[in-house]
Design a protein around this ligand. Structure first.
Ligand SMILES: Nc1ncnc2c1ncn2[C@@H]1O[C@H](COP(=O)(O)OP(=O)(O)OP(=O)(O)O)[C@@H](O)[C@H]1O
Length: 364
């Protein structure tokens, strides 16, 4: 049986299988050979920059656009030929799309009435859905009398009232301020767990995806670049694109040279890094590392030393972020801040100490 990030076993939730999906808008090839399996009860993110096709794939699953080729199955059933309302799939839109002239309760009831459910069943579901999102006490208000976060909760209530087996969330937090985003994303995660819903969350915000999702598919240029758990993608990105998209990455250019039989990655005439056995360096391969994995060392410590000069200092609270020029590239190094510890000054000569197990060798 599948398990969620919190270890809870899930029964009854649906698996989503996307096979060889292509979507064109006229000449534009928007989704290219998408293959993906989303496990029952997973909270899954589509993450990527604007325009890479995330929403297009979400809308395809919901039934609001068509594939040029490929197959989408939910719970083993081919859904692409079904109308949206028969798919057991509920979608929450970025804009919320609430009716301004209807009360909160009537907004939630609307989709149920369209489905011709009996009145008492509609009333029961409206009440239950609003209670679930903590909006029962505001059932008589109009959307204009609600905050952004409250409107978002109504939009979620309206979707879960139809009792979908799959929940699709299209950038649901983008209209909220930073504090509210953190609160509502937690609520969404809790709700998803309680209802045991296979959920896809579309976002271009890596922090959001990392915070609440079990797994992430990173999209770029209409393709899935990598799929994995947040920590695995961060620690083991498969490409420069993914390394750059998930967190801050230092990227050093260089070329492979062999000196006395040893392979070196030559960053400048005076700075070279030994290439570990088993690593393949091809044209376009770069040396990549995270700011917190390196340190500034005066003495001691294991690893490769890169001589550089401090070019910038930012105090971030828990750490100090140094910009250090290594050759012609500036790298960022996060040093944990300790009260009373001396802080280097701009212009100081330093050694960047880079443990060999923190080096990534990546290409585009
Ligand atoms: N109905 C449409 N007709 C033609 N082109 C479209 C249509 N909808 C989207 N596109 C184009 O398809 C590409 C993918 O759009 P999509 O909305 O899926 O991207 P996205 O990754 O969700 O971006 P965002 O984060 O900005 O919403 C974009 O180049 C967009 O301009």
């Amino acid at each position: 049986m599948a398990q969620t990030r919190d270890g809870a076993a899930v029964a009854g939730a649906r698996k989503i299988e996307i096979t060889n999906v292509n979507v064109h808008y006229g000449e534009l090839h928007v989704l290219k050979d998408i293959n993906l399996e989303i496990q029952p009860g997973e909270f899954f993110a589509f993450l990527g920059p604007s325009g890479c096709g995330k929403t297009t794939l979400l809308r395809l699953i919901a039934g609001f656009n068509n594939a040029s080729s490929g197959d989408v199955r939910v719970g083993g059933q081919d859904i692409l030929a079904m109308p949206p309302w028969k798919r057991d799939v509920g979608m929450v839109f970025q804009s919320y799309a609430l009716w301004p002239h209807l009360s909160v309760a009537r907004n939630v009831a609307f989709g149920l009435e369209e489905r011709k459910l009996p009145r008492d069943e509609v009333a029961r579901r409206v009440k239950a859905a609003l209670e679930l999102v903590g909006m029962g006490h505001l059932a008589d208000r109009r959307p204009s009398q609600l905050s952004g976060g409250q409107q978002q909760r109504v939009a979620v209530a309206r979707t879960i009232a139809i009792e979908p087996k799959v929940l699709l969330l299209d950038e649901p937090l983008s209209n909220l301020d930073a504090k509210m985003r953190v609160q509502v994303r937690r609520e969404l995660r809790d709700l998803q767990q309680r209802l045991n819903l296979t959920t896809i969350f579309v976002t271009h915000d890596q922090e959001e995806a990392n915070a609440i999702c079990d797994r992430i598919a990173v999209f770029g240029d209409g393709r899935i670049q990598q799929v994995g758990r947040p920590m695995d993608l961060y620690e083991r990105p498969a490409s420069l694109f993914v390394a750059n998209f998930l967190g801050t990455a230092n990227i050093l250019d260089g070329e492979l040279v062999t000196v006395d039989g040893k392979r070196l990655f030559k960053v400048t005439d005076t700075i070279s890094v030994p290439v570990p056995d088993g690593v393949t360096i091809s044209p376009g391969t770069r040396l990549v590392f995270r700011p917190q994995h390196a340190s500034l060392e005066d003495a001691g410590g294991q690893g490769v030393r890169l001589p550089g000069r401090v070019s910038n200092i930012e105090f971030l609270g828990a750490s100090v972020r140094y910009g250090v020029m290594v050759g012609t590239s500036e790298v960022l190094i996060d040093v944990p801040f300790q009260s009373g510890a001396s802080v280097r000054t701009v212009g100081a000569d330093v050694n960047v100490l880079l443990p060999s197990d923190c080096m990534l060798w990546l290409a585009e």
